[in-house]
Design a binder for this molecule. Sequence first.
Ligand code: ZN
Length: 726
Amino acid sequence: MDRRDFLRNAALAGSALALTGDPADASPAAEPLSLFDRPMRWAQLTLAENDPGTYDIKFWLDYFQRTHSDAACLSAGGCVAYYPTKVPLHYRSQWMGAGDPFGDLVAGCRKLNMFVMARTDPHAAHQDVYDAHPDWIAVEANGQKRRHWAMPELWVTCALGPYNFEFMTEVTREIVSKYQVDAIFSNRWAGSGMCYCEDCRQNFKAASGFDLPRTLNPQDPARRAFILWKQQRLFELWRVWDGAIRQANPNARFVANAGGGALSELDMKTVGELAPTLFADRQARSGLTAPWANGKNGKEYRSTMGRKAIGGIFSVGVEEAYRWKDSAQNGPEIRLWALDGIANGLRPWFTKFCGVTHDKRWIPVVEELYAWHYRNERYLRNEAPLARVAMVYSQQTAHFYGGERARQKVEDHTLGYYQALIEARIPFEMVNDRLLDAEHVGQFKVLIFPNIAALSDEQCRQVREFVARGGGVVATHETSLYDEWGVRRTDFGLADLFGASYDGAMDERMMNSYLRLEVDAAGKRHPILAGLEDAERIINGVNRVHTKTTKEYRNPPLTLIPSYPDLPMEEVFERVPKTDIPEVFAREIGKGRVVYFPWDIDRIFWEVLAVDHAKLLRNAVDWAANEPRPVQVDGPGILDVTLWKQKDSMTLHLVNLTNPMMMKGPLREFIPLPAQQVSLALPEGRRARQVKLLVSGKSPRVQESGGRIHLTIPSILDHEVVGVDL
Ligand SMILES: [Zn+2]
């Protein structure tokens, strides 16, 4: 079904209900905002070298206006300069002649009162740079200078030496001085692989005493030192560029293209301290990717950025390994990716490569989305998420425990739990493991540790305090079995919370193992087994930590049925039908609750997606929370549910992920969901003044009782947003 058809049908079906749409309500908030918090919709035009003189600047400025874009990111310099630069060796576009294409765009955007950020890209250089400064070029492990992988007549630059620290600082200074832009956004500024140049060799030796590592093993002392040194060096560069920018324009700042979750390179706590605003550069799906992956960026960035503005860069083209840069995605695919980011607090940023548009089909898609966003801006500014659950991510676990296998050993656990929370429709945030103090986790009732293997003593102490304050913890597999450097402890750092100790062994790749569902002394099952009433046993995971109980633990809800032969078929029968080995520890500690699964429930869920595991993952969170959810949404389908506090209102987002193309785009069409029942807790002592559906435009019938509002949403095509004025 096409979006417009759906809206037409929905409007007909809902014609008996009052339509809302007081235009005064739709005007953007009038309060003063910091310069970097002001932009709500970003437009990026990345010029190709031959765009000047070829592309239609009027079209772009008109499009920026039509889309209500209030910020622009425009190509300025680095690999190619789009302005008459005076910095020696700064390569100018061969098509710009005596013109100033960057300056023309800046002037046009300023007329539209847009925030202007200049884009630089320092990662590649031309032959004249190589000839004049061979020391600026990156070096391979074999000592050869590194040619550009996609365009071999160019050279890849060293990110950690004088090319960035000196040359690009001059370029940055020149752009800001000349055009008084609000910010510099640098793309591919952090290097393209390991560099063995003389500068890197000497600087690393002086800082650490080691030669540059030639292994990726994080337990190698030189490798460990390098992981830290490279970050220090990049943060130093960040400060150098930021200083040069502020000298030229005191209000302007450096905005790095950086950040992410556990697998990202730069420490997110430091990034959160340095960045005035930050953008997730994950432009579209590729391969097997769930559409919630864009929302995940928002949660990860917010975990260290707090209330500072964050945005999500989305491409209008197909983003796969083959890089069809001049393509256009199917409309529903563009919409869903951007909508899930918006629902998770990312301000939308569309990016278009090349000023000449070969495929125009994306143009009305972005225009329609941005127009809706503009009309409803006051429900999208987001003062704070109202989630009560948070999932921890840990870069140190990825760097030092995961190493080369961090994707499987670390990220797959996170992805599995993430999918389970989406299916359970539980609103949640993500938390950086370096920010587990009361100030940063105080709003949450439950913290989830999806195989957060590497935790320091101090971090374990913070988790203990969280539970002592009445918090709930759900942890899986090897959580806390290693210190912050990925070195195995003799026992879990959180053994006292788990009520379980490490028993010295690990099973990997278990075949054909099961879990027995048990009853307590009164013959009842634990709430963690809800929804499995008709099952006596379910499948186990495949990786399992051997544990021994440290506290008396009667009637564990799940016990191990060990592996037995899966071939030949005549031999497939259980040898040990029943053990007393717990495969979940569920404990109450004061007012807090702790659930620990010794096996890889979250990772195997990501691999196999067994519904029984989804239920256990959901129930563990609900039981550990020991309170009603802030929002309950009942009905068929898969929804990403997020809930926000606004100034004098609340916003509930429901993004419809129900689609045959959910795990692998591109979407063909949206599939409308049938009616959904919503029960939403109001802030204490507040009442709902007005409730609106901001997509269908309807005012639903609302019942209020017990501090909650109850309403029915008749149907959801791509998304619905409930705006609650308090
Ligand atoms: Zn180097």
